[in-house]
Ligand binder design. Structure first.
Ligand SMILES: [Zn+2]
Length: 262
């Protein structure tokens, strides 16, 4: 059976819903997946999914852009990480920048929060899961600057999740050692330019994800996304890259296993 690794899914804090999502994922061949937090709303669902099926589900916790508001986002991130044993985490995330309708002061706070969590991930030797939206220049600036700081020694590479950038952004991230993960957006009719970029990503840096419950792939638009549907992202990428589906599935599963292994 062809097996898949969904590297990015959010879960509701609801035992029955989590059970249904994970069962349907398993039936579709999604034998591994990353339950991703990123906010006080999303972290509990990620914890619940990872606790329900430790063999199938890896865990990432973090605080992303929406938490970069006063009074003290850095202290909130510290409190989150102080409460968890690092052995339970496979990654820190999602963290990162989202500049839609954010002023200059808010942007500076987001960069500080991102850097703070990059430092924690480096300390714990965990990969990071990074969100970037309308913030490509600063995402690169934060990552490049971090790589020059003393604490960055020994830091693991990470993944840019739901990659939707252009070729230059992809190349710069690849140069920094990052993996790129493609979501259902790559299946959209108007995503020709993104599929063209996806064709050029080195095989060993390619990942797939759903970003459940968002970004449902074609041909299932209109319903909530779930990890089982990562197979549609995989088929689309396999077609774009001229590979067999099982080959693309094996490749991306191996890549995720390598990136997120402890
Ligand atoms: Zn997400």
């Amino acid at each position: 059976m062809t097996t898949f690794f969904d590297t990015h899914a959010h879960f509701p804090d609801d035992a029955a819903a989590v059970e249904g999502l994970l069962t349907r994922a398993g039936e579709a061949g999604v034998t591994r997946l990353m339950a991703v937090g990123g906010s006080p709303d999303l972290n509990p669902g990620a914890l619940r999914a990872a606790a329900a099926r430790p063999q199938q589900v890896l865990l990432a916790l973090g605080l992303d852009r929406e938490q970069a508001a006063p009074p003290d986002a850095l202290a909130a991130a510290d409190a989150l990480f102080d409460e968890i044993e690092p052995e339970r985490l496979a990654a820190v995330g999602e963290i990162g920048l989202d500049y839609q309708r954010v002023d200059a002061a808010g942007r500076r706070r987001q960069c500080a929060l991102m850097e703070h969590q990059l430092e924690r991930a480096a300390q714990w030797e965990l990969p990071v899961i990074i969100h970037t939206r309308m913030a490509d220049v600063d995402t690169l600036a934060v990552l490049r600057n971090a790589s020059t700081l003393p604490w960055f020694r020994g830091a693991r590479p990470g993944v840019i999740h739901c990659f939707t950038g252009d070729q230059a952004f992809a190349d710069a991230l690849l140069d920094l050692g990052y993996y790129l993960s493609f979501s259902g957006i790559v299946t959209f009719a108007n995503a020709g330019p993104l599929r063209a970029v996806a064709r050029t990503i080195p095989a060993e840096r390619l990942l797939i994800e759903t970003d459940t419950p968002f970004l449902t792939p074609v041909p299932l638009r209109g319903r909530p996304n779930e990890p089982a549907y990562v197979t549609h992202v995989a088929s689309c990428l396999a077609r774009a890259r001229g590979m067999a589906l099982d080959e693309l599935a094996a490749l991306t599963t191996a890549n995720a296993g390598r990136l997120f292994s402890r």
